[in-house]
Design a protein around this ligand. Structure first.
Ligand code: APR
Length: 272
């Protein structure tokens, strides 16, 4: 059932809402489209997608970092400042409220922008007692499959930490170095050709396999293993809800498809 824009498909919206609210175990898989309405470019938009303006193999690979760490850091620091200049949109906020309300919900995100985490912080800001604990419990159920651009990790040892300060890429000497071993620090994101963090991927698949509903929002569903996560919900008899203005390889498997932006659809699907 496709609901092109809402109106005549009100029954469709209500059916999907009921399925999400009744389901024990919900996974929400998000991609760059969920952050598009926060002003962050997606990857494959032919007009202004990141990969239309930069060649990923020149910037988002371990080889590029070994060859020219300054240029890689210059690009990532530009993206980091861009992300920090953006705000979570109503789609992120609706997911955050749902995460806080439902401890059986897991968000598997391909996005490295940290806006899901920031939306959680915004949502509990007005809370009093217990806000920190609720925030920690909900944040632990956000699985950043491709890493986090506002964290750094050592290119040699296991050092990994939050890092929101600007990075000075004027010279190799001004690039950040590991406080444990002195090696160059890199953005804590998965680059092309690298394995994803195994534990994060395992948890994503476990959550999808036991989910009654998987909401797939804002992803072209072209990059694996992320695009395979919803298949585990289908294999265990669950349903897919797709939120994307465009068709994707998952569309045919989705029981409900909403061809509207995530900032519109997600509050309508997830809020009580
Ligand atoms: N709401 C919902 N979906 C949207 C919106 C919106 N407002 N705007 C665009 N979209 C959809 C597009 O139709 C597209 O299907 O979001 C999707 C974005 O697709 P991509 O740009 O391919 O981004 P994503 O699916 O997240 O890419 C996956 O590829 O290069 C890697 O690591 C990178 O995590 C990224 C991965």
């Amino acid at each position: 059932m496709v609901d092109p824009a809402g109106g005549e498909g009100t029954r469709t919206w209500e059916e999907a809402r009921q399925a999400i609210r009744a389901g024990r175990g919900i996974v929400i898989l998000t991609g760059a489209g969920v952050s598009a309405e926060s002003g962050i470019s997606t990857f494959r938009d032919p007009r202004d997608g990141l990969w239309a303006r930069f060649r990923p193999e020149e910037l988002a690979t371990p080889e590029a970092f070994r060859r020219d760490p300054r240029t890689v850091w210059e690009w990532y620091d530009l993206r980091r400042r861009g992300v920090l200049g953006c705000e979570p949109n109503p789609g992120h906020r609706a997911i955050a409220r749902f995460l806080l309300e439902r401890d059986d919900t897991v968000v598997v995100t391909q996005n490295v922008d940290g806006l899901h985490q920031r939306a959680l912080e915004d949502e509990v800001e007005a809370w009093g007692q217990g806000a920190d604990e609720a925030l920690a419990r909900a944040a632990a159920r956000i699985l950043p499959l491709h890493g986090e651009i506002l964290r750094v990790r050592c290119s040699r040892c296991d050092y990994n930490a939050a890092h929101r300060e600007p990075v000075n890429s004027d010279s190799k000497e001004t690039l950040p170095r590991c406080p444990q071993c002195g090696e160059l620090l890199r953005p804590a994101v998965a680059w092309f050709g690298e394995m994803l963090e195994e534990r994060v991927l395992e948890r994503s698949i476990e959550a999808a396999a036991s989910a009654r509903v998987c909401v797939v929002a804002g992803t072209s569903a072209l990059v694996h293993p992320a695009a395979s996560v919803p298949q585990f919900t289908l294999r265990s008899g669950g349903s897919l809800v797709e939120v994307n203005p465009e068709e994707t390889p998952l569309s045919a498997r989705a029981r409900w498809r909403f061809r509207v932006g995530a900032a519109t659809a997600l509050p309508r699907l997830l809020d009580p």
